[in-house]
Ligand binder design. Structure first.
Ligand SMILES: NC(=O)C1=CN([C@@H]2O[C@H](COP(=O)(O)OP(=O)(O)OC[C@H]3O[C@@H](n4cnc5c(N)ncnc54)[C@H](OP(=O)(O)O)[C@@H]3O)[C@@H](O)[C@H]2O)C=CC1
Ligand SMILES: N[C@@H](CC=O)C(=O)O
Length: 429
């Protein structure tokens, strides 16, 4: 074993960073044995230096992250600050000064992954980010390496713990959205500002990363269609139950049948109770992968939290340190093709549409005609009437999202349609 330690700069020492530092200390001997050299925490960059950080030598703490990554003797920079800047500049500065990088920063990787990979490759360094998608669950490496000889066609995932907790609570207890969100906040799952979670931005960033890795291409956050889950109601859950389904916020990445393009989207969807993702409870994450040769695979586990996320960071740290010692690097930008990302209108799936309509003769025929005119075939219709008004639930066969949008636009113009109460895609059948 090499006795000279590999030096690690830790950028950020919050929920994830403090656990990375703790495990580096408590598992130091095991890490050294697995890497073939000891690893030394050479500096810790934070915003508030006076905050007490248990187990961390105050002499290592600095507010000057730039100076730390510019030192020139750092082997690996672990970026767990989050956000776009200063994280992006710190990572590229790390490459400029000879370090490899491990990051958990989904927002940055979804926005600038291609440029960061190019910078790593230009300098012959590694960029690893297992923790950026689904916390502790090994997913990036299995997709990028274990399945590299296979052809992944579809990735369907619950990749946000906060929203899964809320939807599970609504489903299992009948709680309303706000009540379930309040509980998620009290339990520490949801942030003080939960917008990124409930509006689907967090899951969309993860979908961009997953689609890129699964299909060996580049997908940016802007390419991902996104809908949040704030408008899912108890009525939607009741309707889902009648269909033998539940509702999950899903990240769905698909390769077109001809292999020439991909799609990536995040939205609430009904999935059958028999689908493995339907039984993912609480704040857990799970990702269901379909490939040519392996068939169906499911990855399941805690998708957030300090220690689980640090587990993924440490796994990357070991891999990057091993590469460092052997002079190798992980798969880089050249391994990627540039497949176009198709718009949401091209996505083909089934739909569950709930309409408030007048309860009088001819309405059903009028509604059915609109579906037919837009080439959307109806599978089932359920009507419940009361006092001259009715709720009409239409479930379609597979149709393009563009056709469905045209249908809904035309339905809204009918005098007899009082409102479109909800539109939900049906997945995983
Ligand atoms: N928390 C989780 O469950 C998960 C997090 N991630 C990702 O991990 C990353 C870190 O998240 P998390 O630990 O929760 O975030 P926190 O907000 O808990 O920690 C951020 C850390 O960065 C430090 N920091 C902020 N700005 C600067 C700056 N300009 N210079 C130096 N240090 C700075 C903060 O310092 P100070 O302590 O002084 O405030 C803090 O230590 C993010 O990219 C996140 O998306 C990924 C998966 C799960
Ligand atoms: N806010 C995220 C945390 C991890 O990425 C979640 O709830 O899953």
């Amino acid at each position: 074993m090499r006795t000279r330690p590999l030096k690690v700069a830790l950028l950020g020492c919050g929920v994830v960073g403090s656990e990375v530092a703790r495990i580096m200390t408590t598992h130091a001997d095991d890490l050294a044995a697995r890497i073939g050299a000891p690893v030394e925490l050479a500096g810790v960059a934070v915003r508030r230096p006076s905050k007490v950080r248990e187990g961390i030598d105050p002499a290592l703490v600095t507010t000057d992250a730039t100076a730390l990554v510019k030192r020139g003797d750092i082997d690996v920079v672990v970026e767990v600050i989050g956000g776009i800047e200063p994280a992006r500049t710190l990572i590229t500065t790390a490459f400029d000064h000879g370090a490899s990088v491990v990051s958990a920063n989904k927002a940055l990787l979804a926005q600038d992954g291609a440029a960061l990979h190019a910078a790593a490759e230009e300098h012959g360094k590694d960029l690893y980010y297992e923790a950026a998608v689904a916390g502790a669950i090994p997913l990036i490496r299995p997709l990028r390496e274990s399945l590299a000889g296979d052809k992944v066609n579809r990735v369907l995932g619950i990749v946000n713990g906060t929203t899964n907790f809320i939807l599970d609570k609504m489903d299992s207890t009948g709680a309303g959205y706000q009540e379930a969100l309040d509980e998620a906040t009290a339990l520490g799952y949801a942030e003080a500002d939960p917008t990124a979670d409930v509006e689907g931005f967090d899951a969309a960033a993860k979908a961009a990363i997953l689609a890129g890795i699964a299909f060996h291409t580049r997908v940016r956050l802007d390419d991902v269609y996104r809908e949040g889950m704030t408008e899912v109601t108890a009525a939607d859950f009741a309707s889902a139950k009648q269909m033998g389904c539940t509702i999950k916020l899903l990240a769905i990445c698909e390769r077109a049948a001809d292999g020439g393009s991909v799609t990536a989207r995040v939205h609430p969807a009904m999935i059958p109770l028999t689908h493995p993702l339907a039984s993912v409870r609480g704040a857990y994450n799970a990702v269901f992968v379909e490939s040519d040769a392996a068939g169906q695979l499911m990855f399941y586990g805690p998708g957030a939290g300090g220690a689980p996320t640090a587990s993924a960071v440490l796994g990357d740290l070991v891999a990057v340190c091993r590469n460092r010692l052997s002079g190798a690097t992980g798969p880089g930008e050249s391994a990627y093709a540039a497949l176009p990302v198709s718009p949401m209108g091209d996505v083909v799936t089934r739909y569950h549409i709930s309409l408030d309509v007048a309860d009088k003769p001819g309405v059903l025929a009028q509604v059915a005609t609109v579906f037919a005119e837009h080439d959307v075939s109806i599978d089932t219709v359920r009507q419940q009437g009361k006092d001259g008004e009715a709720s009409l639930v239409v479930v379609t066969h597979r149709a393009s999202d563009a056709s469905l949008s045209g249908t809904v636009e035309a339905l809204r113009k009918l005098d007899t349609v009082r409102g479109v109460a909800s539109i939900m895609r049906v997945e995983g059948e």
